[in-house]
Write a protein that binds this ligand. Structure first.
Ligand SMILES: [Zn+2]
Length: 292
């Protein structure tokens, strides 16, 4: 691209970001490390009958706290210790991790809003008194902004709306798809996970700026164009890097659903169920057979 065009685009972006900064609020950032929410029943399975969470520290959102209790979470490829439980107890157990954590465990959990766990990844949770295997409940949390109805009205945002948030600094980033969540129980705060925070060199207590809707529209158009340009390169790279060697005897649909690979190599003795084959086809996964 012509350097002058690049320069003018950069100037335009800077101008728009500055303007956005004058018209929309600064948002305190809360970085969410991996954590678990547990039901009463599961708390008792993990810590013993009649057990109650003990409070380590208050979280910024009213009534929420970090508990002293931690658990071990386990996946097919590895485990992660000292995963903190956040209280109070909830109706359903749920574990929120980063994508980096997911790779360590060997799962590909979906990006979800907290509480929306249907069809998410399985996970094993181990506590001092027992363990449990959940068929679903492992998610990567959708970044979001907690906001009171008063703030939402004042700044002109709606429950469920997605906004862009600009983070300044040497690793400046604009985050798109930041979900607005409005409740009387909420205080103004953006939540993101550790991968997202690390990408922008952020820590809890830093602030971001919600871009004005007109700037968001302009930036999304630019992003769409970037996406189109980036797509072939991404597909190429994925094809080369995402090759997995599968050694197990039986490949099921579930195995294929969990895969994050464009090509897998399996033994010629591996049995692949018809559903697994169909799913591989749907996901565009190529299956190669190792000859030895
Ligand atoms: Zn949150």
């Amino acid at each position: 691209m012509d350097p002058q065009i690049v320069q003018s685009i950069v100037e335009e972006v800077v101008l728009r970001l500055k303007r956005a900064g004058q018209t929309t609020p600064g948002i305190p950032i809360g970085v969410s490390a991996r954590h678990a929410h547990v039901s009463i029943e599961h708390l008792e399975t993990l810590f013993g009958a009649g057990y109650e969470l003990t409070q380590k520290s208050d979280l910024f959102q009213p009534g929420q706290f970090a508990a002293n209790e931690t658990v071990l979470i386990v996946g097919p490829k590895g485990s992660i210790e000292n995963v903190r439980i956040l209280g109070p107890v909830r109706g359903a157990t749920q574990v929120e991790i980063s994508r980096t954590d997911a790779m360590k465990l060997g799962y590909q959990p979906p990006l979800r809003e907290s509480g929306d766990v249907q069809g998410s990844s399985p996970v094993t949770i181990v506590g001092p008194k027992g363990s449990l295997y959940l068929t679903e409940g492992l998610i990567i949390a959708q970044r979001h902004i907690h906001m009171s109805p008063q703030d939402a009205k004042m700044y002109g945002f709606k429950q469920g709306e997605d906004v862009l948030v600009q983070i300044a600094g040497p690793r400046s980033i604009v985050y798109d798809n930041v979900r607005i969540r409005v409740s009387e129980r909420y205080k103004l705060e953006m939540h993101m996970d550790t991968d997202e925070a690390n990408a922008a060199w952020l820590a809890t207590g830093d602030t971001g700026i919600i871009l004005h809707p007109s700037d968001s529209k302009w930036m999304r158009q630019t992003t769409e164009l970037d996406e189109q340009l980036a797509e072939p390169a991404r597909r190429n790279r994925g094809y080369q890097e995402n090759v997995q060697l599968i050694e197990q005897k039986l490949l099921t649909q579930r195995d294929i659903q969990e895969l994050d690979a464009s090509t897998i190599t399996v033994s010629k003795h591996t049995i692949i169920t018809p559903l697994a084959r169909d799913t591989a086809k749907d996901k565009g996964i190529t299956i190669l057979f190792k000859q030895s």
